[in-house]
Design a binder for this molecule. Structure first.
Ligand code: GDP
Ligand code: MN
Length: 382
């Protein structure tokens, strides 16, 4: 689970990492009230789970109430990387002397954690890596040894930071490592980690990805999920217990089994289309699950066609066919279904479909022909 910035900063603060004083605001009035409490100047920041908010106009410095009002209403009207801005974070503005980068993540190949520091923060770290790789220093941290202040100081020293910042950055690294390990994160990233004009080191941004597999020992995480800005399609899918991941193509996909679902995505791509989602309905391809799956896909305005790709192994294709017939009675679909049913009892399934000839259901015999047909239809309906 990805946290938005203010949640990440609250996570950081628990481990002693310095952050600015700030408040959450869901309306312009709340933003103005927050700024009044904090004191001007403030920064008004869009809370969405994507980076590059600054470039997209989602981070603005406001000197007074008029500017706060103006920027808060402007940012609340933005969509950044497809995420509509519903919440703002208003924080005390910082006078920046230098912008750095610091992160911890896992290096799976090395079976170790990796700390990354750069004196060139504030911009995309991938861009720095591509154009100025020497500006990035890294160090493996053996999970059995942990990270002590001396090692952190050495790393900060190698990064070529302002000498005033080195000790403080080392302290932030030690705290950030603890946040990453004890807080069960897969990634913690501060970009920018700034040195203020007054000589203080401060985390001005926060990216935290929590390790979902550790949720069982963090009951407090359930509260985070509710306020997080999740994809509405993914929220509905989660409520229905479906394995769903939203993508941005126009071919909705339903398959049984994760492997078949991924192959279906590949084949759709191969024939020139784009998948709107990954959805694995697993072994229980019954009418209820099919209805839930169709309903979730139906809420996606990008979807032009739904490709249902079922291979009957344990599940019987005639049951799936009946399930689909029932499901399309329950859910009023806005897109046609291209249906490939193969495997156990596929002959019976085809007979059921031939007899009933449901409107908007187009049977295809093979996965590749089904994908081609679906991509054609998606193209025609654009
Ligand atoms: P991102 O674009 O989504 O990564 O959002 P950030 O939180 O990193 O903000 C983008 C940029 O806004 C930073 O790199 C800073 O240059 C600038 N910024 C953010 N907070 C402040 C602040 O308090 N004062 C000043 N002067 N600039 C800020
Ligand atoms: Mn940033």
């Amino acid at each position: 689970m990805d946290l938005v910035e203010y949640q990440g900063k609250q996570y950081f603060a628990r481990y002693g990492i310095p952050v600015s004083d700030g408040r959450v605001a869901d309306t312009v009035e709340e933003a103005v009230a927050a700024a009044g409490e904090i004191g001007y100047p403030v920064v008004v920041k869009a809370q969405v789970q994507v980076g590059g908010r600054g470039k997209a106009g989602g981070v603005k410095l406001a000197a007074d109430e008029i500017e706060t009002r103006h920027y808060a209403s402007e940012i609340l009207g933005l969509a950044i990387g497809g995420h509509k801005v519903r919440r703002l974070w208003v924080e005390s503005a910082t006078d920046i002397a230098a912008e750095y980068y610091a992160s911890f993540t896992l290096d799976r190949a090395a079976k170790k954690h990796v700390a990354i520091v750069s004196a060139r923060g504030g911009i995309d770290i991938e861009q720095v890596a591509a154009t100025d790789p020497q500006a990035i220093v890294s160090m493996h941290v053996d999970p059995l040894d942990g990270l002590d202040h001396d090692a952190a100081r050495q790393l900060a020293g190698r990064a070529g930071l302002d000498p005033r910042a080195v000790e403080q950055v080392a302290a932030v690294l030690v705290d950030l490592y603890r946040c990453y390990v004890e807080g069960d994160a897969d990634l913690v990233e501060i970009n920018p980690l700034v040195l203020t004009a007054g000589g203080q080191v401060l985390a001005l941004d926060a990216k935290v990805t929590l390790d979902d597999d550790a949720a069982f020992r963090h009951p407090e995480w359930s509260a985070l999920e509710e306020i997080g800005d999740v994809d509405p399609r993914e929220r509905l899918a989660r409520e229905r217990g479906l394995q769903y991941i939203g993508l941005d193509g126009s071919v909705g996909i339903i398959a049984n089994g994760a492997g078949l679902a991924m192959s279906t995505l590949d084949v759709v791509n191969q024939v020139g289309g784009g998948a709107a989602n990954f959805l694995d309905i697993g072994g229980g391809a019954n009418a209820d699950v099919m209805a839930d799956a169709l309903e979730v896909i139906n809420t996606d305005p990008n979807v032009q066609v739904i490709l249902v790709n079922i291979f009957g192994g344990i599940v019987r294709c005639d049951d799936v066919a009946r399930g689909i017939l029932r499901a399309i009675e329950e859910v009023k679909l806005s897109s046609p279904i291209v249906l490939r049913l193969d495997g156990t009892n596929s002959t019976e399934a085809r007979k059921i479909l031939d007899d009933r000839r449901p409107a908007g259901v187009i049977p295809e015999l093979s996965m590749i022909s089904a994908a081609k047909r679906a991509v054609e239809i998606a193209g025609e309906r654009r």
